[in-house]
Design a binder for this molecule. Structure first.
Ligand SMILES: [Mg+2]
Length: 209
């Protein structure tokens, strides 16, 4: 029986068409490029080659490049006003309110970013917990440690949770642990993805009834 719904934040609780996360990615590459003295494209390529080992760019920088100034990274990647284009989403709110299963957010971003986004959408009060990347010593999805931390805190086993994320890499991490994960692929970008997949968040009702 499902006891918790675990949601990714960016491009999951709001549409990827806002372009918000695209800007986050751009700022990540710019930050890493300045740090390593390379172009953003060179850094992006280097990071992609290391992708299987590291869930986030931050983890890669910390492990491979000895980077430690995590707060400078977060400040650069999530500047004030980053979510100004987001508007309250009463449709999302009603949809979530009508699901009686408790809900939590699991994000590779820092807590302050999650708070801004959830406030903007007008859904902060609908989640019992927000798991952010600071909570597990900067190990984010798809690390087992991060998922385990969330499950432990929620007091549930992995079979009792449904996880939704727009990144196959993160969904696959959860599924590899024995969990039920669904890919939210709004634009059918991952057309070769063969596991459970939805195009809009409200399709999760197929998996929770
Ligand atoms: Mg996401």
């Amino acid at each position: 029986m499902l006891k918790y719904l675990l949601f990714d934040l960016d491009n999951t609780l709001y549409s990827c068409h806002y372009g918000l996360e695209k800007n986050v990615s751009r700022r990540i590459w710019e930050f890493a490029a300045a740090l390593l003295g390379k172009t953003p494209e060179e850094v992006r390529r280097q990071r992609m080659e290391a992708k299987k080992q590291y869930g986030t760019c931050l983890e890669w920088l910390m492990t491979e490049e000895g980077f430690t100034d995590v707060e400078a990274y977060f400040a650069a990647v999530h500047p004030p006003g980053e979510a100004d284009s987001l508007t309250p989403d009463p449709v999302l709110r009603t949809f979530l309110e009508n699901i009686s299963i408790p809900k939590a957010v699991l994000t590779n971003a820092p807590r302050e970013h999650a708070d801004v986004i959830l406030d903007k959408l007008g859904v902060s009060d609908l989640f019992t917990h927000v798991f952010d990347v600071r909570q597990c010593n900067f190990l984010g999805k798809p690390r087992r440690e991060f998922f385990d931390h969330a499950l432990r805190t929620l007091g549930v086993s992995i079979e009792e949770v449904l996880f939704v994320d727009d990144h196959p890499f993160y969904v696959e991490g959860f599924v590899a642990m024995g969990g039920k994960g669904i890919l939210l692929d709004e634009d059918d970008f991952h057309s070769d993805y063969t596991q459970p997949k939805i195009r809009a968040l409200n399709e999760i009702t197929r998996y929770i009834s």
